[in-house]
Every structure is written in C-alpha cells, then in structure tokens.
Design a protein around this ligand. Sequence first.
Ligand code: ADP
Ligand code: ZN
Length: 443
Amino acid sequence: MSELWCDAGKGYHPASAPDYLPVPQLRALQLRRLKSVTRRVYDQVALFRERMQARNITPDNIKSLEDIALLPFTQKTDLRDTYPFGLFASPMSDIVRLHASSGTTGKPIVVAYTKEDVEVWTSVMIRSFASCGLHQGDIIQNSYGYGLFTGGLGAHYGAEGLGATVVPVSGGNTQRQIMLMKDFGVTAICCTPSYFLHILDQCKELKVNIRDLPLKVGVFGAEPWTEEMRKRIQAESNVEAYDIFGLSEIIGPGVAIECPHHNGLHVFEDHFYPEIIDIETNQPCPDGQEGELVLTTLTKKAMPMIRYRTHDISRLRTDVCPCGRTIRRIERIARRSDDMLIIRGVNLFPSQIEAALLTVEGTLPHYQIVLSRDKGLDQVEVLVEVTPEFFSDRVGSLEALRHKLSHSIENTVGIRAQVRLVEPHTIQRSEGKAKRVIDRRNA
Ligand code: ADP
Ligand code: ZN
C-alpha cells in the first residue's frame, strides 16, 4: 500500500504525490512495475501467455521500458472473445467489484477490480480532483451515471477519498440536479460535457442564473469535446472546465486529467503506461507525433491490460508543464480512429464538425450528423440548434446563418454538407454520452 502513496479516506498529500516524482525515479518505478505486471499476466492469463509464447518472449525479456514494444497488443475484441471472465488474473474470491461497458451492440465488456485495484482507482481520482484545484470543503455533485458504468462510482470514491462532500445524484432528472446545486451550494460538478450543456439550458428555462451559484469547477469527460465547446461552456457560466479521460478497460475515469494550465492531460503514468503508435505500421511513434494511444496497466491486479489499443487519437507531450508535474501529458482526445467517417472519399471526424459549427455565432452547441446515401453517393446532413433569439428576432437571417455554417464546414473538412437549422431542444439530449452521428447509409 505504501507504494500506492495515498490511502482512500486519509486525504490528499500533494507534496508526496507521484505526479511530481523526479523523472529517473518515475521511470525506474515504471520499469519495476512493468516487469511485475508482465510476470503476472504470463503466469495467470492464458491469452497473454500464449501470445507471448508465439512471439518467443518471456517476462525475462523485459529489461527496459522500451522493451514494452516486444509485447503483443490487446484489443477490445479480446475482451469480447473471452467474455465474461477470461482475462482475469485473480481468483473471483479476490475480486470485489465488476463493471461493464455500455455494450450497446452485442455483449458488454466486463472489467474486474481487487480491493487494491479499487484503492489505486480511488487514488488516481483523488489526484484528478486535486489537479482541478478541489479539496476538502468542496461539494462535488457527481452526475456521472452510477451502476455498471465506471464513471459514477469512480468519481464517487475519488471525491470521498479527497475528503470533499459528494452528492451522488447520478445522471438524469435535470431539474432536481439544479435544485440540489442551488440548495447544497455545490462547488464542482462531474458529468459529460454534453450533459452539462443540457443543465445550462435547463437553468435558463428555470430562470436560474448559474453565475449566482457557487459552482466553479466542472470535471468533464467520457466523450470527446472540443476547445470551442470549452469556450462556450466557460462563457456561459463561471465554471472552469477540466477535461478528464479514462476507459473501463484500463480502470475507468482517472487515467488522465488536465491541470490548471489546460495544455494537455497529465497521464497517471505511474499506473498507466502510455505509448503512441502509428496506425499504419503499429510501430511506436516518437514523442510529439500523432497516433493511437496504447495503454498498459502497471499495477492492476484483477485484470491487467497489456498494450491496450484505445483507438483514441492523441500525441504525447514531453515539454515541461508549468504546474511542476513530471508525469507526461497527452493532447486532448478529439477523435477515435474508429469514429472516422469516410464521406465521398474524404475523412471526417465528428469533432471537426463541432469545431466548425461553434465558431459561428447564433448556434447552440447541440448538433447531430445524419448520413444517408442517395444514388450511391454519401450525403451528410448536419442538424444544428439555433439560439432562441435567432429564431424569434432575426428570422430573415436564418438563410445567411445556414450559408455561414456550410461554409465553415466546407472550409474545415473539405466537404459540402447540408445544414438544417432546428429550433432549440429539437435534438435529443443525453444524460451520458451524446450520440452525434446517425448513419442511415445501409438502412
Ligand atoms: P464505453 O465503451 O461503454 O463507451 P468507456 O466509458 O470506458 O466505455 O469509454 C471510454 C472511451 O470514451 C474512451 O476510449 C474514449 O474514446 C472516450 N472518452 C473518455 N473520456 C474522454 C475524453 N475526456 N475525451 C475524449 N474521449 C473520451
Ligand atoms: Zn500541468
């Protein structure tokens, strides 16, 4: 436990947090842990052992951190193929928690935690909240869904571990969320950025001025969002918006988070070792180059992941952050390699559409991309909500706005999209991850 640095419940001790370890010490710790996790999966998990044997490697081949490249990748399909418990490295008697990802298509994927894994998870969430400037005395409203989804309980344990007061409201019932925020004097909220936008809309409708509330920090993640979205959120509230990243396969939320400099997300790399690989060659990229984020859990007991391919596109930043943390940063994740839409031969990511839309005044940050096929040709329609003021006062300029938006999209992504302006509240709101794309091409 001492190596885990922080006991849930005993509060946060910033000075001793591994965020600030001298780099050589951090690398030595990572190597020690990499060796140990490699040994663990080799001994305990048939899939990893067989893959290593097929490559003629044993845990003894890991002599430096670079040797991680000798190890095989793990994919989401590996979790599906071994559903439910095939990748567990601990007996069920040591497992204290199971979670599962949404699994909207087919079987969900299952992840497991020992008591120690839950402690690690709590500690990285404590470090995450601390990175947003939160501490004991803060009142954190946790609007991530509680249940099989990792967001709710992950943030809950972290907030309690920090010594803050947690309001475990979970997602949904937005009016009640706003009432509690007001009545309890909530100072920070955790939810998806799209759900926070919905809360902002509802505040307006209920004539609650969000700026009158003590809410000052938003910990937003679980879905991609853009810098433009941050600007909108911050312009409409006094909330400082922090980007938090995580995935169930690695631990849940708390893999990486921004610090007050908002210049990338610090990865808790004493537990989660990051690599960026070239998607074409599968070879490690030099620092600073864009590619797919691959993560190895260095301390997980119940279900370690070796070189897990996240499909999230990012870069590793090694320049020194003014906050003094020595753990490296990843650039904010705006897209996934499997999110890429190919429209008439042009590669398009939903986040590019978001960025293009939000640079134009008069729109709300609610949009949906609808793909269809007409005479064999892909068609893109973008539905965008227009501010109530625009709808009521300036009807004449709707056409001009539509043109502006299509131009902005064409300039950003190089394709012509049909823009359809819709009234506020027309696009379905989500309490969790927003659904940005509706693909009717094969309907
Ligand atoms: P599910 O597979 O059910 O969506 P997760 O909640 O574990 O399960 O989803 C993890 C994925 O969510 C990540 O791989 C990433 O694509 C996305 N994600 C999480 N946090 C962020 C973030 N801050 N920015 C961009 N994408 C994110
Ligand atoms: Zn920093």
